[in-house]
Write a protein of this length. Sequence first.
Length: 318
Amino acid sequence: MSAFIFTGSMEFVTVNLLVSAFNPFVTFMLAVMLGTRHLFYGISMLGRFKNMGAKKPYLIFSLCDETFAIDNGTIIAADVDRGWFYFFVGLLNQSSWVAGATLGGLLGERITFNTSGLDFIMTAMFAVIFVDQWLTTKRKSHMAALTGIAVPAICLGGVRRRQFHDPIPGRHARHVHSAAAIPGRPEDRQDGRGERNEQRGQGDERMMIMTTWQGVITIIMAMLGTMLTRFLPFLLFPESKEPPRFITYLGTVLPYAMTGLLVVYSLKGVHLTSGSHGIPELLAIIAIALLHIWKRNMLLSIAGGTAVYMLLVQLVFS
């Protein structure tokens, strides 16, 4: 599934959809709604993906959040072929995504050390790219970057959208929790001796109400909805057609605004009025900014910021 949908948010939603009633139209519309941001990625990359030949369809297909952030935030040397650079960024991102999803499914239950906070690495990457763009661009781009942070932050604060957390009714989330329950936990025991629940397999069969072909169709519809949002800008404004001046202008300012949006999007689960009030995230991002201003090394900044966040959530705000 991860090889075809290739977008984190919709893939997580599809897991829930696969254990619910078969409804390909709802799947398609959810994919379109969750992938709306890809329309802006495409507009930003209209000029950069020109004259890419046979590589262009895959460049568009692989334009997920991480790929866009790297393509948009990297200054490519003059002696490097832009087309192959974009191609291998997308290929490596997709390969790592598929490999990670596969290994997680196979080995996830065997991981024994505390990985709390490791998921902050995506936020750290977006934050580093934002800081790097801020340091290397002009003031006009700074306004676009600030707009990209301010507008989605205001919208997210005013209207906490449920689809960011669980677009599917709560019973589906319970199904997924049951399917992913780790052996050895109390809910997996039949009695005090820790024996596995003999009825668990039958419960899983009742939970999966789709046939195999319905599941395949659901995955295809999720992929088509996602791909529509990625390919639409390139279909509306093909290379043979000069885009309107307003679209050209958006292509110059949106890359910086979209990086800011990605930072906010990756922090969508943070609640300022509850829990740790966003303090670990704020301190980790400050650490990222200071590290990057000091060393200008993306890998060091990402690793350092993620380590700071893991220490905070495990030791200070646990």
